[in-house]
Design a binder for this molecule. Structure first.
Ligand code: ACO
Length: 271
């Protein structure tokens, strides 16, 4: 018997947590139940020793067709402002949780990706798409602006002209165009997408996890800072990282300078 929990599924294989939107019959649009379940799953996975990398993807033909226009909008609006605000907190809550997630995160965009789905797409550190995936800010097609962070995602990731065109025209772009625009890192043939993501996960798994967390946080934070503030933040961030792991960098230097067992220019030190 299916339950509310089934709207998202996950499994952990070889250090990779595969988290999938699991409403393929509704093109994985995000209902309040999806949003609540995602938060629970992030809670379970974030500090689990079995998990080194998290991959977010979707079952069936969609990554996610954005917000559930019926359950998220119409039904909550009928209940009133309290319900609207609660469902916004639930959606934005897990997207923020994903942006701040301790482990590296990858969006594997297997198909349709619309509107609200740009929130979790941007929340993931890296993104890989099938060449035939379709991306769209379709909000304008049903008469609203791209909210829930989607306009911000477009402006953060695209050029001014592309962000404006994408938001105003309501036209979709495929995975290859999304990669050219910088909405995703790469586009792959759909039958090679998972292998490519596993390859990237395996590289990340070799890195020092404390340094990886400090790095991904630094990339997000410094984009909002002046150069001077970024310099100072990065000194403090490294010192804070040393509190959690002060052996990694020493080991890296030892293996390169004294033991000559690896070269940092060519790969990670042996953990
Ligand atoms: N909200 C609610 N239901 C949805 C959504 C959605 N975002 N997307 C799909 N569904 C439902 C459909 O209503 C349909 O339900 P039904 O079987 O009960 O009739 C089912 O999912 C399958 O959808 P189809 O349209 O039949 O699937 P198809 O593969 O032909 O088309 C597509 C896929 C293009 C993604 C289409 O479903 C679509 O345009 N969806 C809406 C995309 C969108 O604009 N999302 C909102 C973005 S704005 C925001 O997120 C704030």
């Amino acid at each position: 018997m299916s339950s509310e929990k089934d709207v998202v599924k996950y499994e952990v294989v070889d250090g990779i947590a595969w988290v999938s939107y699991n409403r393929p019959e509704k093109r994985n649009c995000m209902s309040p139940a999806v949003n609540r379940r995602m938060m629970e799953i992030l809670d379970e996975l974030e500090y689990s020793d079995d998990v080194s990398v998290l991959v977010l993807t979707g079952e069936g033909t969609a990554f996610s067709a954005g917000m559930d226009l019926k359950e998220y909008f119409v039904e909550n609006e009928a209940k009133g402002l309290g319900a609207i605000r609660q469902s916004q907190r639930e959606a934005y809550g897990w997207w923020k949780r994903l942006r701040d997630f301790y482990k590296p995160t990858i969006a594997m965009v297997n198909g349709w990706c619309f509107g609200g789905a740009y929130g979790p797409l941007f929340a993931c550190d890296l993104a890989f798409a099938a060449k035939d995936a379709q991306f769209g800010l379709s909000e304008i097609n049903w008469g609203i602006l791209p909210g829930g962070g989607a306009t911000k995602v477009a402006v953060e990731l695209l050029s001014f002209r592309d962000a404006m065109y994408h938001s105003m025209m309501g036209e979709n772009v495929d995975g290859e165009k999304a990669a050219q625009w910088g909405l995703v890192n790469e586009a792959c043939d759909s039958d090679k997408l998972k292998d490519r993501v596993i390859e990237v996960c395996n590289v990340l798994k070799e890195k020092n996890p404390v340094a990886l967390h400090a790095t991904k946080q630094a990339v997000r934070k410094v984009s909002e800072m002046t150069y001077q503030n970024a310099e100072e933040y990065l000194v403090k961030a490294q010192e804070a990282a040393n509190y959690f792991d002060n052996t990694g960098r020493k080991e890296g230097i030892k293996q390169f300078i004294y033991e000559k067992t690896y070269k940092p220019g060519l790969g990670a030190y042996n953990k």
